[in-house]
Design a protein around this ligand. Sequence first.
Ligand SMILES: NC(=O)C1=CN([C@@H]2O[C@H](COP(=O)(O)OP(=O)(O)OC[C@H]3O[C@@H](n4cnc5c(N)ncnc54)[C@H](OP(=O)(O)O)[C@@H]3O)[C@@H](O)[C@H]2O)C=CC1
Ligand SMILES: CC(=O)C(=O)O
Ligand SMILES: [Mg+2]
Length: 595
Amino acid sequence: MSSAKQRAPIWEQTRLRGVELLRNPRLNRGMAFTEEERERLGLRGLLPARVLDMEAQKMRIMENLRRCATDLDRYVQLISLLQRNEALFFRVLIDNVTELMPYVYTPTVGEACQRFGHIFKTPRGLFISYADRGRVRQLLDNWPEADVSVIVATDGERILGLGDLGASGMGIPIGKLLLYVACGGIMPEKTLPVMLDVGTENFEMLDDPLYPGLLQRRVRGEEYDAFVEEFVLAVKDKWGEKCLIQWEDFANANAFRLLQRFRHVQCSFNDDIQGTAAVALAGLLGALRMPRVPSQLRQHRFLFYGAGSAGLGIADLIVAYMLKHGEAADEAEARERCWFVDSKGLIYRGRALVTDEKARYAHAVPAERLLEHGTAADGGHGNVAAADGARTTPQRRIELEDAVRMLRPTGLIGVSTIPKAFTHSILSYMASYQERPIVFALSNPTSKSECTAREAYEFTDARAVFASGSPFDPVVIRAEGGAEEQRFLPGQANNSYCFPGCGFGVVMAGATCFTDAMFLDAANAVAGMVQAEDLESGRVFPPLEKIREVSARIAVAVANEAHRAGYATKSGSGPKGTFTFEDACQWQYDPVYGI
Ligand SMILES: NC(=O)C1=CN([C@@H]2O[C@H](COP(=O)(O)OP(=O)(O)OC[C@H]3O[C@@H](n4cnc5c(N)ncnc54)[C@H](OP(=O)(O)O)[C@@H]3O)[C@@H](O)[C@H]2O)C=CC1
Ligand SMILES: CC(=O)C(=O)O
Ligand SMILES: [Mg+2]
């Protein structure tokens, strides 16, 4: 996070003058144009006489935002600021990140996506629809920026926990890339949001006269894969293999396959699988430093509620960490620490309807325990494989609460999209055998959270180590029999802590591949920034105010891993070309701006 990257003064950047300049969001400075600039750029008379510096304009923006009646109104105001004065937008966002992130990101961005066709006039980014197949490369040429470094692409099928929103899901790539700039320090013009519009199964959207996407049901199968491949190859051809593609909010059935298929074709990663894993592991590493929490992962048993992209990604990184740090003899032993409940109940060895991805975490459960806890999923008349795989017994369905009672996990990780699933009964039971139960309710947006921060603390007698995907306000609570009230600052376990720094790191190194090892390093970098005072306040993450420093540290770690593994095409200023903190030169709002 050394000296800030900056652009040349406006008059060197453009030949635009007068009204045209004021209408260009990248160059417009509104009332901050100085007397000299107004003279030189033909702006006299087009602006009120007073010159207002950025601080004054920032104050005006914040005043207006705070006066808005709803969060969606705040979102709309912020996006319209972005569309008229980019430098001021990012300055406002960077300087007020804790207050404003919930509007440009989760939870409000979820609502913005649901209302996308109704609120957007000229959305940022490229809409590449299935109707454009065969000419995707030409569409990329329509994008006005010559040099793109980071693309966030979605097909809108699993937008947060809100399901299939089709082309309206474009709010997510837009929001993620705003964080790449504000939190990571990537230059705005190097970012590109992409909607791969292949239709939607959301009939409400299809019936909405303002729905902006293709009016058809989703393309699937080989046609779908060929379309995504055409996109990847077009990106490679136009911007090279180092142009990072972040896959975002794809349905589980596509997410793992696309990641594997393209990760060695183009520098790319899946944020929901890998970015989420890094942030959750960072939070767990923070939790291990809390008083009265067993300090090694191998002393824990994690029960995941939800076995999709996020859950399996987190478990895989826990396993990778344990193996790297000698906490398990082999993968099987490490995987035993992670158990899963999906929409069909607990995943155990021999259970039906378990995909290959999930099967890696299907552990043996003695048949008598299944009989004790489960209900016959088929009314008791089934004839499927037994838990020990040897005999045939009726298939048992084990619900979350029974799984908790059976396994007595030390940590419960919610990635299910099912609100209120972490009930009083479940959490108070965990607090009965575990001094400090770890409770991560990671589903987004807030309406989908498995429990609120207050519930987590209240139901565990203020002993939970809590984090959530969407932000919660501080909670003030008195433990039973406690003399004083305690104030907890719940941490936000959201991949937004990681992806901006991760992306910045691969761009800094010019990496040609994004490896799993880089996510381990990213997790360590975040965990390394957690201070004793954060832990004392109940937060297992550094405060959001430090996000740019967190991102810079992640970036250095990721770039150095790229260097070590031979994927870096650039060198840093450290010994043997390694990267240092000074190399992490982040973009700032334009320092030329203002007086
Ligand atoms: N905090 C963060 O940074 C992140 C949070 N998330 C959030 O996590 C949630 C899940 O995301 P993701 O993993 O990508 O989604 P997926 O669709 O890949 O997975 C969802 C999982 O939840 C399970 N599930 C659905 N309904 C139930 C139910 N009634 N009972 C038990 N399990 C159920 C599904 O079961 P089945 O497999 O049987 O269908 C599936 O395993 C979303 O809300 C998302 O916003 C995601 C990424 C990052
Ligand atoms: C945060 C995020 O990526 C999600 O909820 O999908
Ligand atoms: Mg996501």
